[in-house]
Structures are given as structure tokens and as C-alpha cells.
Design a protein around this ligand. Sequence first.
Ligand SMILES: C[S@@+](CC[C@H](N)C(=O)[O-])C[C@H]1O[C@@H](n2cnc3c(N)ncnc32)[C@H](O)[C@@H]1O
Length: 181
Amino acid sequence: MMLVRRWRQHLWEKIGCRNILEVGVGTGQNIPHYSEDLKVTAVDSNPNALKIASERAERHDVDVRLIYGDISEVDFEQNHYDAAVSTFVLCQLSNPHTALQNILGALKPGAALYMLEQTTSTDPAARILTSLCRPLYWATGSKIPQDLTDQVSSAGFAIVEKYPVFARGAVVVVSAQKPFE
Ligand SMILES: C[S@@+](CC[C@H](N)C(=O)[O-])C[C@H]1O[C@@H](n2cnc3c(N)ncnc32)[C@H](O)[C@@H]1O
């Protein structure tokens, strides 16, 4: 858990702007990492998770607006956000392409999507472990993306960086930019 907290902290430290969209906020594990100058709009399709996120937001006294909805369908204000954040969400999306395109539309031109996501490691031992866990992923409706950066770029983003933070790519940080027109 300490390790995951460190990855989250690392990701949020990259964000130097104010008006943020967090997609798939879940129970709000990232909320303790919001800096006090951030204004966050956070979306999730699980109302029970959002309730916990709301309680956490109150405890941490952060400026966050929680929205119930599907990332692919929420009618976000267009060209509005300075950055978007997604942590451990892509593997759960039933239609990642549409979701990513919707996020793209919500970002200002030049704004970035910062992701902390599971993907397929290049390490043989980690790959074996991932295959052993596959039934668990299936049971929870998750799919580990093998082609995360392809998915992100095919939605219209330009990949800025991708680097592993765990087990040679079992968990990666990806930053991608919405192109200027
Ligand atoms: C593994 S959890 C990660 C939660 C949080 N980002 C974190 O790092 O702890 C994935 C979250 O994505 C949400 N989710 C999955 N598909 C979604 C969709 N289409 N629209 C909105 N939220 C979605 C789930 O409800 C869940 O809360």
C-alpha cells in the first residue's frame, strides 16, 4: 500500500495546473494527494464508491465536485480542463476508446492526461504472475491493456512519456497531450 501511495504522490506532483478532471475516482484514494490549489471535477460510475469519496473529500477539505456517470457518456464542458488524471481505470473500461475521446474533448488544447495504470510487464516472472491472476481480472471485469499507449494515441492524444514504476511495466506512468489544433 505504501508503494501505491508513493506512485500516486509521484503522479500528482507532476501536475502543475489548477482545473483538473479525475476520471474513475473510485473511493477517492487520490484525494489525499490533491494539493490545496487544485479544483477537481471527479467522475465515477459507482455510487457507493462516490459516497466514500465524498466522505474522504470532507475529511481532507479539498475542492472537488463529484459526478456520478460513465466517462464515455458524461457531457463534459469542452476544451475546459487543464489536465486529466486516471489511476487504475483503463483496465476496467468497457469502451476505452470512447472514454478516452470524451476525455480528450474535455481538455484544453495542449493539456495533458496523466495516467498510472496496469499494463503487461516485459519481465517474464511478472508476466507469469499476471497470467495466474487473469481469472481474478475476468471475474472483476478488468482487462490488463497490452497496448496502453496505442489505445491512448488512437483516441487522438500525443504520447509525451511512458515509464515503468513497478515490475518492468506491470504498472506504468503515461503522460499524453491533447494536440493544439
Ligand atoms: C480500480 S478502480 C480505481 C479507482 C481509483 N482511480 C483509484 O486509483 O483507486 C476503477 C474505478 O473506475 C470506475 N469505472 C469503471 N468504468 C467506468 C466508467 N465507464 N465510467 C466511470 N467510472 C468507471 C469504477 O467504478 C472504479 O471506481
